[in-house]
Design a protein. Structure first.
Length: 261
């Protein structure tokens, strides 16, 4: 007959006090785990629960700063014609290369010159009597964008382009090369504006602001390119006087506050 193995835990009949103590310990552990689970679930619901709309307020603020443009872009190009494509291309290449050399000689870095467009097309002549169009040679056009970092050289660049074969010139287009500093100043002003408005509104309505729970911002119209007014200055011949003007950077913020209950 098999021998019965002893139990790890005493039976009720063997040791009633110890069995009762173990039973109470297990019951306490179960109650403790249930309480912790309930607490964790409650905290999770509290974290994920959004702030009621009636317990928050959103204030708008605006800030604007003005800066002087420190860089300009000028577009210039040469259009060449020829009876054959190769002839027109060669004439255009020679003209553009010479123009580039003249611009670089002014102290403009070659990295600040960029080919913006290159086009080749055939010209035609239309005869209204016959309604027939006949070939009339070729046109090759090449456009350059010149970035001028020293705005004092703009007049000279325009004058040089006009005297060295450029058939079209447009600009200058003024911008701030690195607007991050202006944007930071505009943000500071916008936040100060929102803070002042929030304090005044809370005082008027008898509210108390507890903490910031939301924030957003966007830049409004800036920095935008500035197209200068070109005025001819007779003292410098054909070179025009260039007025850079200023650029405005406007930034708007939206700040949401939790209201104290």
């Amino acid at each position: 007959m098999a021998t019965q193995q002893p139990s790890l835990f005493p039976t009720w009949q063997e040791n009633k006090p110890l069995a009762l103590a173990l039973l109470l310990t297990f019951a306490f552990l179960i109650a403790f785990l249930m309480a912790k689970t309930t607490q964790t679930l409650a905290q999770t619901r509290h974290i994920s629960k959004p702030v009621p709309v009636e317990h928050q307020i959103t204030i708008e603020g605006a800030g604007k700063v003005t800066g002087v443009p420190d860089i300009a872009s000028i577009s210039m190009g040469i259009e060449s014609k020829g009876d054959a494509v190769a002839v027109a291309q060669q004439a255009n290449t020679d003209g553009v290369n010479e123009l580039i050399n003249r611009i670089v000689a002014l102290g403009i870095a070659k990295d600040d010159l960029q080919t913006a467009n290159y086009s080749v097309y055939q010209n035609t002549t239309y005869d209204p009597d016959t309604g027939i169009s006949t070939p009339a040679g070729w046109t090759v056009s090449q456009q350059l964008t010149v970035k001028v970092r020293d705005t004092a050289k703009i007049s000279t660049v325009l004058d040089t382009a006009g005297k060295n074969g450029a058939t079209n010139i447009s600009g200058p287009n003024f911008t701030v090369d690195d607007p991050s500093a202006l944007k930071a100043q505009a943000r500071e002003k916008a936040l100060a504006d929102a803070t002042e408005k929030a304090a005044a509104l809370a005082k008027t309505l008898g509210l108390r602001l507890e903490e910031v729970i939301g924030y957003s911002e966007y830049v409004d119209n800036g920095p935008v390119p500035y197209f200068s007014n070109v005025m001819m200055d007779k003292s410098v011949g054909a070179a025009p006087e260039i007025l850079a003007g200023t650029n405005d950077v406007s930034l708007n913020v939206s700040v949401t506050y939790r209201l104290a209950e």
